[in-house]
Design a protein around this ligand. Structure first.
Ligand code: FAD
Ligand code: NAP
Length: 339
């Protein structure tokens, strides 16, 4: 067995829900060679491999009978500096928020609205992470991934990633591509996105007169700290359901019954509904079953008060899905990856 493989490792420190399941084998990959070695050895032993980063978008429902490969590669760099347009690259295992902070320290703009998202750079393209009106696809320059079927490296352009709302080619083909490093195209001038949620208001409250990327980042960090539970204190995986995008006709039917429904018309005529509003309206906010619950401030977030199992959280999620469908005719899709 490769020396850095461990057996029967608790994954509790490796998932932000804090669920205590075990990996049959566990290893860390610090560079491409260690990734290749781990995959080759797992292949030789016919063991499945589950790649993880920060574990902030996982729901683990039982022991993992596989090699769990934790991406621990580090490194971030300016690849190309044309003055106004700068391409930066980071290794998959780089923690996301410190990478955003580093880009801001370089005087670069573009990632500020994506501040304080947990997890790693390598996982960010999986669901095209997004917040406060920006998604990584808006600043994406490319990525390098290892094809786990052929062992070949491949560079992906923006178009090839086929990003959608909390979605990508990689999410739709789980287990095929292992993302090694990601590139972003950032600017030296700010193209501020302030019209989402309370961002503009928070900047005003903070007395910001000249809006900079750093000021936006600080405002968003302060909003997020107020609203979202810190996984270090209360286990969670962020939004548990995607905001459903429904037909205009269904949105109208819901509005006729619930005039306050929170709904955002999309360019294609469909309407995005705030899943958190639907769940709150249905009375689930703050609901608790044993140690599994719905957060008391943000109903889109399921929480683990301590000893909840992944199966308990999943069962609670399924009850919420069934109730929302019955009340509103809306299907809620889970956001975290279920294993
Ligand atoms: P993990 O949970 O470790 O993995 C997620 C998936 O990606 C798994 O399927 C895993 O197999 C796969 N994967 C991981 N690394 C790689 C790799 N290198 N190559 C191939 N596959 C890989 N998300 C948002 O979009 N916006 C938000 O604002 C946001 N806020 C959050 C707030 C909180 C408090 C929490 C807990 C979560 C939030 N999330 C948000 C969800 C989550 O942080 C992101 O989806 C993040 O990108 C997940 O990164 P990770 O490294 O933790 O991935
Ligand atoms: P919020 O501001 O209370 O808004 C509720 C929902 O309405 C959001 O989910 C957002 O959808 C949508 N929304 C708000 N303003 C909008 C606008 N101007 N145009 C279109 N849609 C709008 O949301 P929140 O829960 O506090 O989260 C704030 C941001 O952080 C959101 O972008 C959210 O997605 C992101 N976030 C994501 C996670 C995660 O795990 N995925 C966790 C925490 C926060 P969108 O979600 O589509 O943006």
């Amino acid at each position: 067995m490769t020396t850095n493989w461990q057996e029967r490792v608790s994954l509790k420190p490796y998932n932000t829900f804090g669920i205590d399941v075990r990996a049959r084998y566990f290893a860390q990959a610090h560079d491409d060679d260690e990734v290749r070695q781990a995959l080759a050895e797992a292949g030789a032993r016919q063991l499945p491999v589950l790649v993880i980063g920060g574990g902030s978008n996982l729901l683990l429902t039982g022991d993992i009978d596989a090699l769990v490969l934790h991406m621990a590669s580090r490194g971030r760099r300016l690849l190309c500096d044309e003055g106004e347009r700068v391409v930066v690259e980071a290794e998959a295992g780089e923690p996301w928020h410190p990478f955003v902070q580093w880009s801001l320290e370089q005087g670069l703009c573009g990632l500020e609205n994506l501040s304080l998202i947990p997890g790693t750079v390598g996982a960010a393209p999986m669901q095209n992470v997004g917040a406060y009106g920006v998604e990584i696809k808006d600043v994406f320059a490319g990525l390098t991934a290892l094809d786990r079927q052929t062992g070949e490296l491949r560079d992906f352009s923006l178009e090839e990633c086929d990003f959608g709302y909390r979605d990508s080619l990689f999410k739709r083909k789980p287990g095929r591509w292992l993302i090694l490093r990601v590139r972003f195209v950032l600017g030296r001038s700010l193209n501020a996105h302030l019209d989402y949620g309370p961002v503009r208001q928070r900047l005003a409250e903070q007395g910001v007169e000249t809006v900079t990327a750093k000021a936006i980042s600080a405002a968003i960090c302060s909003i997020r700290r107020e609203k979202l539970p810190d996984p270090a204190e209360l286990g969670n995986a962020g939004s548990f359901f995607k905001n459903p995008v429904v037909t205009g006709a269904l949105a109208e039917r819901i509005r006729a019954q619930y005039p306050n429904v929170v709904a955002y018309p999309q360019a294609d005529g469909q309407v995005k509904l705030a899943a958190g509003w639907l769940i709150e309206q249905a009375g689930w906010k703050g609901h608790r079953e044993g140690d599994a619950g719905v957060h008391r401030l943000q109903s889109l977030v399921l929480v683990n008060y301590g000893q909840a199992s992944g199966a308990q959280l999943h069962a609670l999620a399924q009850r919420i899905q069934a109730d929302i469908f019955e009340r509103f005719g809306v299907t809620l899709e889970m956001e975290p990856n279920l294993y």
